[in-house]
Ligand binder design. Structure first.
Ligand code: UD1
Length: 419
């Protein structure tokens, strides 16, 4: 099994180009089911994307990826489509459940494996199914699979989500674009990745309006051939911003969209992180005398749960007691015991982590438990004394493109080994 070895305490400097957004590419790939020819540009070359491509191929779509150009061409012309998402693909990547909406909308049926729980929480799909039922789908759960049918097609409806979910909002939008009449979704997630999906669907000819947390969709698709460039990854950007604040003489982060990280920038500024902010790039510098802060994770535009583990590393270097309350997932502090083994002073009470700083971290052998927890261990390794060895890094490869190459180019000492 592969490991990452990091020799910490190096001063980083250089440029990092941020990849395309994983969480925007995944629903857009699911949306290609609805269309005949789609070209998606700026895709991140990470394992979750390759799994989604496997799933589309399993369903019967033709996918041609150019890794060099970071683009994929998807063609869906076959009449006999396999409207199934099997367990072996959905279990490794929960976003596989996003094919449910488009399959049901276009082919009136779908059989999709229930994704099950994962390290960070139980992660049910009840809200996805709630929305699809409102659109007229008949749903049965049997043998670990969701069996959904809509013999006469889906019909637009008013759907008020009882709580905010990114995936359920996406599945509902994807199902509604071919539903008869108008669908009004309220209490929606409005993450930038959802806005990018909407931009893609508008190019197909769908009429979609988004206002506050309300999304109105008039079902229809006119275009058959479209091209779309995916937005850049705000979580990867946030991760390297924190990395720069911890280690860098100067780190320049390029290929970004500064408008979608306003909350993150305001948190970093409050902590005393020095940055030069431009529309297309941010320069970040190692910051002394960091200030403590109290934050909570929330749906966009709040502070993202996907940066909770990373900001905690910065909190270990701030003066005083910081707090971070995890409001989205019930079990997303799996990195804490590992960080404590490296010398961090953190205790958890209910869903809040209390972090006492500043503390010097020391290298240790640690275990990655999920995607964002893994990268927080990388950040910890970068500032720790001696060597940190991170096991189970397959989690990292699901969502961070070329992490060790990007960091090595900026003078970090980090390498991958097979043992
Ligand atoms: C997406 C992101 C993930 C991010 C999360 C929250 C992708 C591929 N993944 O995941 O990186 O951490 O948003 O920003 O975009 N819930 C239910 N019932 C449902 C659906 C969700 O109770 O049917 C709960 C979840 O357990 C969780 C909360 O709602 O507690 C939010 O989850 P959700 O927004 O759906 O996350 P994902 O779409 O799975």
């Amino acid at each position: 099994m592969q490991k990452l070895l990091i020799d910490g305490k190096k001063i980083l400097s250089g440029n990092i180009s941020i990849s395309g957004s994983k969480n925007a590419t995944l629903p857009i790939l699911a949306a290609t089911i609805l269309n005949n020819y789609s070209t998606i540009k700026n895709i991140p070359l990470v394992n979750d994307i390759f799994t989604m491509i496997e799933l589309l191929k399993f369903i019967g779509l033709q996918c041609k990826i150019s890794k060099k150009k970071k683009l994929i061409k998807v063609t869906n012309l076959k009449k006999n489509i396999n409207t199934v998402a099997p367990y072996k693909l959905v279990k490794t990547m929960r976003a596989g459940v996003l094919v449910l909406g488009p399959l049901l909308a276009k082919y009136q049926k779908a059989k999709v494996s229930l994704p099950g729980g994962c390290a960070i929480g139980t992660r049910p799909v009840d809200l996805h199914l709630y929305a699809l039922k409102k659109l007229g789908a008949k749903i049965k759960i049997k043998n670990g699979y969701i069996f959904a049918t809509a013999k006469k097609g889906l019909t637009g409806a008013k759907i008020n989500f009882p709580s905010i979910s990114v995936g359920a909002t996406e599945n509902a939008i994807l199902a509604s674009v071919l539903a008869k009449g108008i669908t009004v979704l309220s209490n929606c997630a409005v993450e930038p990745e959802i806005q990018d999906l909407i931009k893609f669907l508008k190019k197909l000819g769908t009429k979609i309006k988004i206002k506050n947390r309300k999304i109105t969709i008039k079902g229809s698709i006119y275009k058959k051939k479209i091209s779309h460039r995916v937005i850049s990854d705000r979580i990867e950007l946030g991760t390297y911003l924190i990395g720069g604040a911890l280690t860098a003489k100067k780190l320049k982060l390029k290929n970004i969209n500064v408008g979608v990280v306003k909350k993150e920038i305001s948190v970093l500024k409050k902590m005393g992180v020095k940055m030069i902010i431009n529309k297309n790039y941010i320069e970040v510098f190692k910051s002394k005398n960091l200030k403590k802060i109290n934050i909570k994770t929330e749906p966009y535009p709040g502070f993202p749960t996907d940066l909770q583990a990373q900001i905690m590393i910065l909190m270990t270097q701030a003066n005083g007691k910081s707090q971070i309350k995890e409001n989205i997932f019930e079990n997303r502090f799996m990195h804490v015991p590992e960080l404590k083994r490296m010398g961090a002073k953190i205790y958890i009470r209910n869903n809040t982590a209390h972090v006492e700083g500043p503390s010097s971290l020391t290298g240790a052998e640690v275990m990655a438990t999920d995607l964002r927890a893994s990268v927080s261990l990388v950040l910890a390794g970068l500032i720790a004394d001696n060597r940190t060895s991170i096991n189970r890094i397959y989690h990292l490869d699901r969502g961070y493109q070329n992490l060790e190459n990007k960091l090595t180019k900026c003078k970090a000492k980090i390498k991958r080994t097979l043992k």
